[in-house]
Design a protein around this ligand. Structure first.
Ligand SMILES: [Zn+2]
Ligand SMILES: [Zn+2]
Length: 233
């Protein structure tokens, strides 16, 4: 089995530990063909990267792309947040990014009713899986997201509905190696609805880049390895 790429990694630009370069070096060491730095987008009040800092990060990734050309493909990603019903902080210049990940997170600004719902449900309030799935998939479609991160983490989601949308829109569901948010049954259900998966390390330290162990085990248990796009058997 070979890991092709890890598109979900963080750095000290948000609340991770290493530099973008450290993540790239680790990915080279592992023999990956691509790696993305996909920092938390600005809508996250706790650790979103925005303004000058985001410009600096993007500049650093541009120079890493050049420096490592021929050795590894460095991708410029962003992990965006659902900020309202069908809304997200996927940036207007979405085309400047190689990878857009979208997920539910705690700590988005409470400027609308659905943002309050995210707050309440993520802290144990009433769960609305169908509505949550509708909201994130509408936001993903509107913003042209590539990947839904850790489905079911913080907010429960209706897996059949999410998987149907993901299949229709060509969006990948992440089996997150740091937060195993999808159960074996969830993965089986999503697969039965035609969804494809991507494994992400969600590394917050360079050492964890490409650490797919937990997610691989779960995918194996669900007999879903054939539906994971970033590994080769
Ligand atoms: Zn996340
Ligand atoms: Zn993440």
């Amino acid at each position: 089995m070979r890991i092709i790429e890890d598109l979900h990694t963080h750095t000290y630009f948000s609340h991770g530990k290493g530099s973008p370069r450290d993540n790239v070096l680790r990915a080279v060491e592992l023999g990956l063909s691509a790696v993305a730095v996909s920092e938390h987008a600005g809508g996250n009040l706790f650790y979103g990267v925005r303004g000058k800092k985001l410009q600096m990060l993007n500049a650093e990734l541009r120079s890493l792309k050049e420096e490592f050309e021929g050795r590894i493909l460095v991708k410029n990603g962003l992990e965006c947040n659902v900020t309202g019903f069908g809304k997200s902080d996927i940036p207007k210049n979405r085309g400047d990014y190689d990878v857009i990940i979208l997920g539910y997170h705690k700590g988005v600004a409470y400027t609308n009713r659905f943002a309050w719902h995210i707050f309440r449900e993520s802290f144990g309030g009433r769960s609305t899986p169908k509505r949550n799935a509708e909201s994130i998939m509408a936001a993903a479609e509107a913003g042209h997201a590539d990947i839904i991160s850790h489905p079911g983490l913080y907010l429960a989601v209706d897996i059949p509905y999410m998987a149907d949308c993901a299949r229709q829109l060509g969006i990948l569901l992440e089996i997150n190696s740091s937060s195993l948010s999808m159960s074996v049954d969830d993965i089986k259900t999503a697969m039965a609805h035609g969804a494809k998966f991507i494994i992400g390390s969600d590394a917050h330290t360079p050492e964890r880049v490409g650490d797919f162990a937990a997610a691989l085990e779960r995918a194996k248990e669900a007999d879903a390895l054939g539906s994971v796009v970033n590994i080769l058997p």
